[in-house]
Design a protein around this ligand. Sequence first.
Ligand code: NAP
Length: 261
Amino acid sequence: MDLNLTGKVALVLASSSGLGKAIAKELAKEGANVMLTSRNEEKLAAAKKDIEKVAVGKVAYTVADITDAENIKNLVENTRSEFGPISVLVNNAGGPPGGTFEDFDDEDWQKAFDLTLFSFIRTIREVLPDLKKTGGHILNNTSSSVKQPIDGLTLSNVFRMGISGLSKSLSQELAADGILVNTIGPGRIETDRIVELDSKKAEKQNKTQEEVTEAMEKTIPLGRYGEPEEFAKVATFLVSGANTYLTGQTILVDGGMVKAY
Ligand SMILES: NC(=O)c1ccc[n+]([C@@H]2O[C@H](COP(=O)([O-])OP(=O)(O)OC[C@H]3O[C@@H](n4cnc5c(N)ncnc54)[C@H](OP(=O)(O)O)[C@@H]3O)[C@@H](O)[C@H]2O)c1
């Protein structure tokens, strides 16, 4: 199958590590010119170097905090001037802090909104003029919690559903412009964040991290956490030229963990 990504311009948010980096790597391998971004220049430089080992397309980075509107404008402008009009936008962000409803005050809710949902809204608004010219794809990364809320992750559960609503609305509104909009949701994909979450849980429960991970893996029908590359391959298909008819959908990459349809 030809993914038809050669020379396409892709902007991947939160891509210095984890899922964002894995998606950026897969896109670059398939010939797209990829703009990486995050807050940390050192991590970005290391990610660029690693991706360039396998990249067919070009790779660049821009330092940006996606909770800041000016940073987002500058990021999109830089991507255009480096590579030309953007036709692939992958929205992704760091996860909001864990906790239950009574743990959070107004500031926590505002911060989580800015990071998890408003960053996607603002970036889409900036990139839209390009997408309207080129056609293309928007992919919003969320979580398996869009189908089944996760205990102890109230902020995430709330704002991820906002992303689902945004994606579905946009898929309707932008179809006439040839823009396909989808949502992807990881279950348990082995990134630094997941390792850190398991080790915090282990500390609380007075267990080893291996014991916590093993117990989690038992809840997954495929019996293990996913690899970032496995997740990235699905994401890459969704934003590729090979995907011409799938829009407005939520695809979970979770090894069968969530039982909801
Ligand atoms: N991994 C999973 O199985 C899983 C499951 C469910 C949901 N998710 C969600 O998927 C997303 C990515 O997860 P991950 O596992 O890849 O996490 P990760 O390894 O912690 O990576 C997060 C990325 O976000 C960047 N970032 C954080 N805050 C930022 C900001 N304000 N501005 C710009 N960049 C920012 C980080 O870069 P810098 O530190 O360099 O800024 C990093 O590149 C998260 O929202 C997570 O909650 C993941």
